[in-house]
Design a binder for this molecule. Structure first.
Ligand SMILES: Nc1ncnc2c1ncn2[C@@H]1O[C@H](COP(=O)(O)OP(=O)(O)O)[C@@H](O)[C@H]1O
Ligand SMILES: [Mg+2]
Length: 144
C-alpha cells in the first residue's frame, strides 16, 4: 500500500519514553483525522508495545526502541515498534491472554490481547537474543 506520510524515531528504553512515544505518534496522526476513540486506542497500543520493549525486551539491559508510523492510502495506519532486546522464545504462548513472565511487577498479561483487539492486524516477530518487532495495522473510519 502506498505510503502517504511517515515518521520514524528512536528512543532509549527509559520508562518516561512510553509517554513520549504516545505523544509523538498521536500528534503525527492528527492529520489522518481519527475519531477521539480511534486516537485513544492507538495511544493505548503504542503504550503497550513500547512498555513491553522497555520492561521485557530490555529487562536486564538498556537499548533503543525504533518506532515507525505510516499513514497509508485508504486511511490505513501502520505502526512498527522494534527492540533489540532479549526476544521471545514462544510467541504463541506470550500472546495468550493473561500470560506474563513478570507477575511480580504486576503486569496483567493483557498487552498483546489489547493490541490485537484495538487494531485490525497484529504481527509479532521475534528472535531470542536479537529482539522483537511488533507491527500493527488499522483502518480508520472514513468520515467525509
Ligand atoms: N518486546 C518484548 N521482548 C521480550 N518479551 C516480550 C516483549 N513483549 C512481550 N514479551 C513477553 O510476552 C509476555 C506477554 O506480554 P503482554 O501481553 O504485554 O503482557 P505483560 O506485559 O503484562 O506481561 C510478557 O510477559 C513477556 O514475557
Ligand atoms: Mg505488556
Amino acid at each position: 500500500m502506498k505510503i502517504i506520510n511517515e515518521v520514524k524515531f528512536s528512543i532509549p528504553s527509559l520508562s518516561v519514553n512510553e509517554s513520549v512515544a504516545r505523544a509523538v505518534v498521536s500528534s503525527f496522526l492528527i492529520q489522518a483525522d481519527p475519531t477521539v476513540e480511534e486516537l485513544a486506542d492507538i495511544r493505548t497500543v503504542v503504550s503497550e508495545a513500547v512498555t513491553n520493549a522497555i520492561v521485557h525486551g530490555y529487562r536486564n539491559s538498556y537499548g533503543n526502541i525504533e518506532v515507525v508510523v505510516r499513514i497509508l492510502e485508504n486511511n490505513t495506519i501502520y505502526i512498527k515498534i522494534r527492540d533489540k532486546g532479549c526476544g521471545i522464545a514462544d510467541i504463541e504462548k506470550a500472546m495468550e491472554p493473561l500470560f506474563t513472565t513478570a507477575p511480580e511487577e504486576e503486569r496483567s498479561g493483557l498487552g498483546f490481547s489489547v493490541m490485537q483487539s484495538f487494531t485490525d492486524k497484529l504481527s509479532v516477530k521475534s528472535i531470542v537474543g536479537k529482539g522483537t518487532t511488533v507491527i500493527m495495522r488499522t483502518k480508520l473510519k472514513c468520515h467525509e
